[in-house]
Design a protein around this ligand. Structure first.
Ligand SMILES: [Zn+2]
Length: 145
């Protein structure tokens, strides 16, 4: 199994789980896959019981028949989406992408860099949740992500 892809997919699942449990207004941070898994920032003071609830919700999502759908979206529309949802960190991220063409200068995903040059980003959509995504999810049948 590709651990980076698994971590990437799980960060989306974790974000959906947290939104379900704590409301869609919870402030989302960044959540890249890393060498040994993934991380996902939230602007919220979680405690140990929260983490157990989140893990349980993630298992429910994984055991349901959700699938990821990828969507290309204009950066301006993505900004409007996050503005409406009061997601200031995601807005900052999109500003960075607009300015630099990517989140960081070492971005190796050519497709993402080219999309940004054309004024687009890609979103990963689940039925109750859409979020920025570089692509590369696994673990779901019919996944286009
Ligand atoms: Zn993704």
């Amino acid at each position: 199994m590709d651990l980076e892809k698994a971590g990437h997919s799980l960060s989306h699942v974790m974000t959906l789980a947290v939104k379900r449990l704590y409301g869609k207004d919870i402030l989302l941070g960044f959540g890249p896959a890393i060498k040994n898994g993934f991380y996902q920032d939230f602007d919220y003071p979680f405690s140990q019981p929260d983490l157990e609830k989140i893990e349980s919700e993630m298992r429910d999502i994984i055991n349901s028949d959700y699938s990821f759908e990828r969507e290309l979206i204009r950066i301006e529309d993505a900004k409007e989406y996050y503005r409406k949802n009061n997601q200031k960190y995601k807005l900052e991220l999109l500003e960075d992408i607009q300015k630099k063409g990517s989140v960081n200068s070492t971005e190796s995903n050519e497709e993402i860099v080219n999309l940004a040059k054309d004024g687009f980003v890609s979103f990963n959509n689940l039925p109750e949740h859409k979020d920025l995504c570089k692509g590369g999810c696994i673990g779901y049948e019919n996944s286009n992500c």
